[in-house]
Write a protein that binds this ligand. Sequence first.
Ligand SMILES: Cc1cc2nc3c(=O)[nH]c(=O)nc-3n(C[C@H](O)[C@H](O)[C@H](O)COP(=O)(O)OP(=O)(O)OC[C@H]3O[C@@H](n4cnc5c(N)ncnc54)[C@H](O)[C@@H]3O)c2cc1C
Length: 452
Amino acid sequence: MVGGGISGLACAWGLQKGGRDVLVLEAASRAGGTIGTARTDGYLVEAGPNSTLDTTPLIGALLDQLGIAGLRIDAAPAARNRYILQQGQLRALPLSPAAFLATPLFSAGAKLRLLREPFIGRSPAAADESVAAFVRRRLGAEFLDRAINPFVAGVYAGDPERLSVRAAFPKLHQLEQKHGSLILGQLLGARARARDPEKSKQSAAMFAFRDGMQTLTDALARRLRRVEAGAEALSVQPGDGGFLVRSRGPGGLGEFHARAVVLALPAYAAATLTAPFAPRAAAALGAIPYPPVAVAASAYRKGTLARELDGFGFLVPQREGRRILGTIFSSTLFAGRAPDGFDLLTTFAGGMRQPALAQGSDAEIAEAVQAEHADILGAPPHAEFMQVRRWPRAIPQYTLGHLARIAQIEEAERDLPGLFFCANYRGGVSIGDCIRSAAGTAEQAGAFLRGA
Ligand SMILES: Cc1cc2nc3c(=O)[nH]c(=O)nc-3n(C[C@H](O)[C@H](O)[C@H](O)COP(=O)(O)OP(=O)(O)OC[C@H]3O[C@@H](n4cnc5c(N)ncnc54)[C@H](O)[C@@H]3O)c2cc1C
């Protein structure tokens, strides 16, 4: 296994459970990849994900196997409230049909426009349409600008004009293809969805761990027999009956022969390793964009903000012209995130929308976040606590052409039996998606090793 983020660790776990001898090579000094938690001055600060959604029964099963189900904590009921910034005001996303009719978030014209949605034809099944074009066509421009644009920033730090709807939101594409309408599809599919153990992201419970998301990757790393942290894979060479992997680790250079290799790496890192023997797959991997994202954890004394932090947080549409993508009300969501008397916020900046903002200095990012919080939340000009973490290449973008790129990767897997690619550029970016993809890859690699 090359790469020890959640994808590599969960895949290695699946293989180890199946009786396989798995070595995980992880370049960083600690396994976990994007997932990382630190306690600083009494605040629980997440470098990457703050929470995830219980979208698949595989998550619960994994937590049970690792003995960490008791450390899981569910989001507070207030997490149902989500806000969108509109002309400087936080507007609640409507949670019922009546609230939808009453919300000032969308104009009467945009609401009426929805009545037409069931009568709008399907796009050709094979068409690669952007998320923006899809939403404009089916729901209208206002939904794109006021709801989908900020939502896409929240999930992918992405740009709906560039993301492929088939690749980035396959369930939306399938709803259209199957029912000819998103609205009818939602209504007609309700019963089937209720029976399905796999949950949609709208209905799945949100959770974290008492001591932060790193609980999950730490538990995996502890239970795996062979994890070498600080060991960077330098090359992978296909040869007779397997692969030769060269690495540089704390003990110097290493060489390993493996019958199968799973590359559980960011696409750009997998591109470097595969370029010598699978140039088409490497070119496809190298073409997957990863915008920079900055994450700022900031805290204020309770009662010093002009509004209550009574929800998950807020997202910012591009047309608002702000310097942040959105903010999570972290200490409202989960207990134990901040010392008594303080509120902790987690704010994201940059992404495809404003990459340069995430490349500024920590001080510039902190200044932008504080200024936006002062304006939007009525926060004091200076936070009591501030910590900035920058991800130069944060989240893979499933842009137009993504599925053709994945097809190139699948071709390399067919051409080189025993080589597998498993990471968040494939099958979804959320932790639950990574766990599901990892289970699938573990099964395929296990079958390959059995000679099945
Ligand atoms: C800021 C941010 C916020 C997020 N928020 C959420 C959220 O709230 N909820 C959610 O579900 N998801 C969230 N995500 C997404 C989710 O965290 C990631 O998609 C997921 O953790 C990626 O896991 P991975 O194992 O596929 O990749 P990574 O975590 O990137 O792991 C890849 C690993 O490969 C290693 N590596 C690279 N090169 C080599 C080499 N040559 N040799 C050996 N090792 C190498 C890296 O060091 C890394 O550890 C967020 C992501 C980011 C960046």
